[in-house]
Unconditional design. Structure first.
Length: 259
C-alpha cells in the first residue's frame, strides 16, 4: 500500500481544493486541512471515489492554539509519510492599515506567515526521508510590489516568496524541492473575505479558474521551478514590477485598489 501523502492546507475550497483534485488525478494520497468539516468530508469522499486514492482530513482552525502540533501528531498517529507539503491557506484584508481592526490583521499575518513557516519546520525532517519530496508555498502577484490598502497582505506574500527562495537553497542538496506559486486574481472566495466587493466586477476580467492555477502550480512544482506565476498577464505584471520605477508601480497599485 502506498503510504505517502500530500498535506494541503486551505483544502476546503478555491486553489487548495483544486490542488487536491489535481494531485488525486496523478495518483497521490491526500491529507486535507481546513476549518470546514462538512466541505472537507464531501471533498475527501468524492476524491476517494473518483480517483481510488486515500483522502483523509482534519477540520481545524490553523490559527488556534497548538494547531500545527495537532496536525503533526495526527499524521504520526496514523503513520502517514508526508512527501509533499502545500501551504495554501491564507487570506487578505482590504483597507487602510490604520482603519482595519488590529486583531484581524494579526490573525491574517499568523495564517499567511507564521503557519507556513511552522508547518515547514515541523515536517522538513520527515520530508528529508522521502526522495524526492516537495514544499509548495502559495503566495500572490501581490508579493512583487507594495499595494496601498492591501499593505500587510502584500507584505505577507512578499515574505512567503523570499522565505521560499531561501529555503529552496538550503534544502537543495537534501532532495526537497521548494517552489512558490504566485497567482493573480482567481475565482475563489478571496475577494469576499477581503471585503473587496466594490471592485469585484473589475477583478472578474482578470480572474483565472482555480483548476487552471492548480495544474500550472503542480506542473511547475514537479519540474522543480523556483517561482511559478500562472497566466501571461500575471507574469508580465510581476516582471514589470522588477523593471519599472517603484513609484510608478505603486501609483498603478493605488489606482487599482483604491478604497
Amino acid at each position: 500500500m502506498n503510504n505517502k501523502y500530500a498535506l494541503i492546507t486551505g483544502a476546503s475550497g478555491g486553489i487548495g481544493k483544486a490542488i487536491a483534485y489535481e494531485l488525486a488525478k496523478r495518483g497521490r494520497n491526500l491529507l486535507l486541512v481546513a476549518r470546514k468539516e462538512n466541505e472537507l468530508s464531501t471533498i475527501a469522499k468524492d476524491i476517494s471515489t473518483k480517483y481510488s486514492v486515500d483522502a483523509e482530513f482534519i477540520a481545524i482552525d490553523l490559527t488556534s492554539e497548538n494547531a500545527v502540533q495537532k496536525i503533526y501528531d495526527w499524521t504520526l498517529q496514523n503513520n502517514w509519510q508526508i512527501n509533499m507539503l502545500v501551504n495554501n491557506a491564507g487570506y487578505g484584508l482590504w483597507g487602510n492599515f490604520e482603519d482595519l481592526p488590529f486583531a484581524d490583521q494579526q490573525n491574517m499575518l499568523q495564517l499567511n506567515v507564521e503557519i507556513p513557516v511552522a508547518l515547514a519546520y515541523k515536517f522538513i525532517p520527515h520530508l528529508r526521508q522521502q526522495t524526492p519530496s516537495y514544499i509548495l508555498n502559495i503566495a500572490s502577484t501581490a508579493a512583487y510590489q507594495a499595494i496601498p490598502t492591501l499593505s500587510l497582505y502584500a507584505a505577507s506574500k512578499a515574505f512567503v516568496l523570499v522565505f521560499t527562495r531561501s529555503l529552496r537553497l538550503e534544502l537543495k542538496k537534501k532532495n526537497i524541492i521548494v517552489s512558490c506559486c504566485s497567482p493573480g486574481p482567481v475565482a475563489t472566495g478571496f475577494i469576499e473575505r477581503a471585503g473587496m466587493q466594490a471592485i469585484a466586477k473589475a477583478a472578474e476580467k482578470f480572474e483565472m479558474q482555480p483548476e487552471e492555477v492548480a495544474k500550472i502550480a503542480i506542473d511547475g512544482l514537479l519540474k522543480g521551478k523556483a517561482e511559478i506565476i500562472p497566466g501571461f498577464t500575471n507574469k508580465f505584471s510581476a516582471k514589470s514590477a522588477s523593471i519599472l520605477p517603484k513609484r510608478f508601480i505603486e501609483y498603478i497599485s493605488s489606482s487599482l485598489y483604491k478604497k
